[in-house]
Design a protein around this ligand. Structure first.
Ligand SMILES: [Zn+2]
Length: 534
């Protein structure tokens, strides 16, 4: 039997219902709905007995964001041997520009094909060799070299096979290009390795978001874009290159970046940009013995705000399961801790903003942490919990990364449940939630995401679990249909939240420092600060 009564399903339901009600207008960052959301969460954190954990004794951390907009008629082109080929936004390109500049201007920049653009010393892989990308446009393949590799090729089995690694993500490629001084990067879009179609790759209205950067010119590319496969094939052909042959060569260790012969990229368009101050909400229980060592528990408060009416006339995309219920979980875990003795280590509770805009609230905190990340023991993130009653298992997204998984297996067994790994790791969900800015900086993380795969439900088994995930993903995820329902059964979600409570409690009352597994792309950065955890 589950540890009864630690987390009350009815309270999870009530908080989720409130946060996803029309009063909160879909909780878009920078909206009136945000103001109400922040006020509500601060009240809840206070009522739960949490101390403030934001700057200057407040519960709120200001998160300065920039919003930019690439116009639909943005002028972009490739010139090949004197012949100009226009690239049409939303048709050939899905471009974003995240530096807050008034005009994006790139003239005659060389294009360099860098294969998958992976630099992974722990896997003995380097696509860049000694190429100089400064002032150039890097052209990438999507995913990593292992995704389409076949036996006998160098890349085969060297990454995650069909499972996405961090190197597979577009965010990684843009970051790497910026680190290497490129002015722009284009990623060739292919539906299967991208795990979504061209229409999903296009940002509505060319709108992009970022946190305000200290040095945007150093940290962000001037232009980042998906490049439609058809356009990429033609551009490469114009330079005398065959796309499929290039892909094959990029799966070999000997691959060398190729500067496209007689080809240059140009862009020239005005960029609308505005600053928005959004907010993270942070509360804590200060540790009795080791206050500087912390365990983090949280999720994101934001959702998609107001949109066009859907088929049922609904306009608020209120994110009930994504992720109002994660907020409810964090609040109820806080209340559960406050009922017991003060833990030895500090527990930080977080409600992040702008997750749906690119994990920006959590990224900003990770960049401006309240407690050092070197002594942050673990981060637990809840993002979507399933509403279909008790389950015989718990789905783990991104399995195989670190020792928190052992803890989860152990605690789940205490509830008579087993851990099931993410059914479709190629979707890269493990890199698409608020735990990730922490993982990237070496903090061991665990993500509970109820759409990672169908649960083995007590009522209906795996089949019913899978059916719900398919239906929810297709019809409700990020849509107005993700709303509270009286027919939910949150008994299973309450068990999931209980697991987070138990794992956080175990770590908070121990001297344990969970480790990344050998071979994890996040191990090296954690190991570099080991001295600070003695
Ligand atoms: Zn979410």
């Amino acid at each position: 039997m589950p540890a009864k009564g630690v987390i009350d399903p009815q309270r999870l339901s009530d908080i989720t219902r409130t946060l996803s009600s029309d009063e909160f207008e879909g909780r878009a960052p920078g909206s009136a709905g945000e103001t109400r959301t922040i006020a509500y969460l601060v009240d809840q954190f206070k009522a739960a007995g949490l101390e403030p954990a934001g700057p200057d004794g407040s519960y709120v951390q200001v998160v300065p964001l920039v919003r930019t907009q690439v116009p639909a008629d943005a002028s972009m082109s490739v010139t090949e041997a004197g012949k100009r080929r226009p690239l049409v936004q939303q048709q050939d390109m899905a471009a974003l520009a995240l530096r807050p500049v008034d005009r994006v201007q790139i003239a005659g920049a060389p294009l360099v094909f860098v294969g998958y653009g992976v630099s992974a010393p722990e896997r003995g892989w380097d696509d860049y060799k000694d190429v100089d990308l400064r002032g150039k446009v890097a052209v990438y393949l999507v995913n990593d070299p292992d995704f389409e590799a076949i036996p006998g090729e160098d890349a085969y089995g060297r990454f995650g096979g069909r499972a996405a690694t961090y190197y597979a993500r577009w965010t990684y490629k843009y970051e790497e290009a910026a680190r290497r001084g490129a002015i722009a990067a284009l990623i060739v879009h292919e539906t299967e390795p991208a795990a979504y179609g061209w229409n999903t790759a296009i940002a509505p209205n060319g709108e992009g978001y970022d946190i305000v950067r200290a040095d945007p010119a150093k940290e962000k590319l001037l232009l980042q874009s998906w490049l439609h496969r058809d356009a990429a094939v033609e551009i490469l052909r114009g330079a005398g290159l065959d796309f499929e042959a290039l892909k094959k060569s990029a799966r070999g260790k000997a691959f060398q970046p190729i500067q496209l012969r007689d080809s240059t990229f140009a862009a020239d368009f005005p960029l609308a940009h505005a600053r928005i101050d959004s907010h993270n909400v942070l509360g804590k229980i200060t540790g009795r013995r080791y206050p500087n060592e912390s365990i983090m528990v949280g999720g994101h408060w934001d959702a998609y705000g107001i949109g066009e009416p859907d088929a049922n006339g609904l306009r608020f995309r209120a994110g009930a399961l994504d992720d109002a219920i994660g907020m409810a979980g964090a609040i109820e875990i806080a209340r559960a801790f406050k009922r017991g003795p003060r833990p030895g280590r500090t527990i930080v509770f977080s409600a992040w903003t702008a997750e749906e805009r690119g994990l920006l609230g959590s990224e900003y905190y990770a960049d401006h942490p309240w407690l050092p990340l070197e002594t942050t023991v673990a981060n637990f993130t809840m993002d979507v919990l399933q509403p279909n009653g008790l389950a015989r298992d718990i789905v783990l997204v991104g399995a195989g990364q670190n020792e928190l998984e052992t803890l989860l297996t152990h605690r789940a067994a205490g509830q008579g449940r087993v851990v099931t790994p993410d059914a479709k790791p190629e979707r890269g969900l493990a890199f698409r939630a608020d735990h990730f800015p922490f993982a990237k900086r070496g903090v061991p993380t665990l993500l509970l995401m109820g759409i990672g795969g169908g649960h083995d439900l007590v009522n209906g088994g795996r089949e019913a679990g899978d059916r719900w995930v398919s239906e929810f993903t297709a019809q409700c995820y990020h849509q107005a249909c993700d709303r509270w329902s009286a027919s939910w059964d949150l008994a299973g979600a309450a068990q999931d939240v209980t697991l987070v409570y138990q794992m956080a409690g175990q770590l908070a009352n121990s001297r344990e420092w969970p480790q990344w597994n050998p071979g994890s792309e996040f191990k090296a950065v954690r190991d570099s600060s080991v001295a600070q955890r003695r």
